[in-house]
Design a protein around this ligand. Sequence first.
Ligand code: HEM
Length: 267
Amino acid sequence: MRLPWTDRTGRLVPLKLVVFVALLPPGLWIAYALATGQFGGQPLKAATREMGSWALRFLLLSLAVTPLRALWKWNGLIAVRRMLGVGAFVYGAAHLALYAASQGWDLGKVAAEIVLRVYLTIGFVASVAMAALAATSTDGAMRRIGGKAWRNLHRLAYPIALLAIAHFFLQARLGAIEPQIVAGLFVWAMAWRAAPGKGPGTALALGLAAAILVVGAETAFFAIRYGAPVDILLAANLDPDMAPRPVHVVLGFVAAIAAVAFVRARP
Ligand code: HEM
C-alpha cells in the first residue's frame, strides 16, 4: 500500500510529509485535553466544537490550494490537496463521534436531533457528502470514475464548505468571529476561481470585496438575530479596541497571500 507522504513511484514527497504531520497535532491535542480534563465543565461539548472547527479549517485549506498554487506559481501544492480534504473528513467524522459521545452514544437521540435541529441537519448533509468525496479520493477510484467525472464529483467540496459554514453560523455565539473569517476566505477562494484575472492584483481586489461582504453579512446577521444596532456594529470594525475584527483578519490573510505572489511574480 502506498504511504500518504510518497508519490506514485513510492518516492518521499517532503511537502506531503510536512502536511501529514501538521494534520495530527490538533486532534492529538484535543484527545489529550479531553483525557486530562482541560475542557472545563462540558468537556465533550467543547471537544466537539474544537474538532468541528479544525474540520472546517482543513476543508478551507484544501479549497485554498488552487488559488495559492496559481498565485504562488507553486505547482507542487497540488500534491497535498487530497490529503487536506481527507484530513477534513477525518476531523469531521471525529466531530460527529464526539457529538454522539456527548449524547451518551444514544444514536436514536442523535438521529432525532439531526432531524429536528436545522444546523445539525445541514451538518449531516455536509458529512455524508464529505464521506462520498473521501471514499472516492483513492487512486483506484480516480481511475475507475475517470478524470472529468471525478473532477465534477469533487467540485462538491464547494457546496460542502458552504453547508459547513452555514452550520457554523447557525450555532455561533454572539461575539464569535471565526464563522465570519471562514466565510470571508471561502468567498475569496470561490471568487478567485470565477475571476478572469489570476494575478496578485486580482487577489487583492477580491480580498477587499470579500472583506466588505463580511462586514455587510456580519452586520445584517447580528442586527437581525440579536437586534444589535447597525451603526455600532459597523463602527466596531474601525475601533482599534475591538480589533481584530473578522474584516481585519480576512484582509490580513489576503494581503499576505498577495505579498508572496508579488514577490514570486518578480523576474
Ligand atoms: C452529522 C454531522 C454533524 C453534527 C451532528 C454536528 C454537530 C455539531 C454540534 C452539536 C455543534 C455545536 C457544539 C456545541 O456548541 O454544543 C457543532 C459545531 C460545529 N460544527 Fe458540526 N456537526 C456535524 C457536521 C459538521 C461538519 C461536516 C463540519 C465541518 C466540515 C462541522 C463543523 C462544525 C463547526 C466549525 C462548529 C462550531 C465550533 C465552534 O463553535 O467553535 N460540523 N457541530
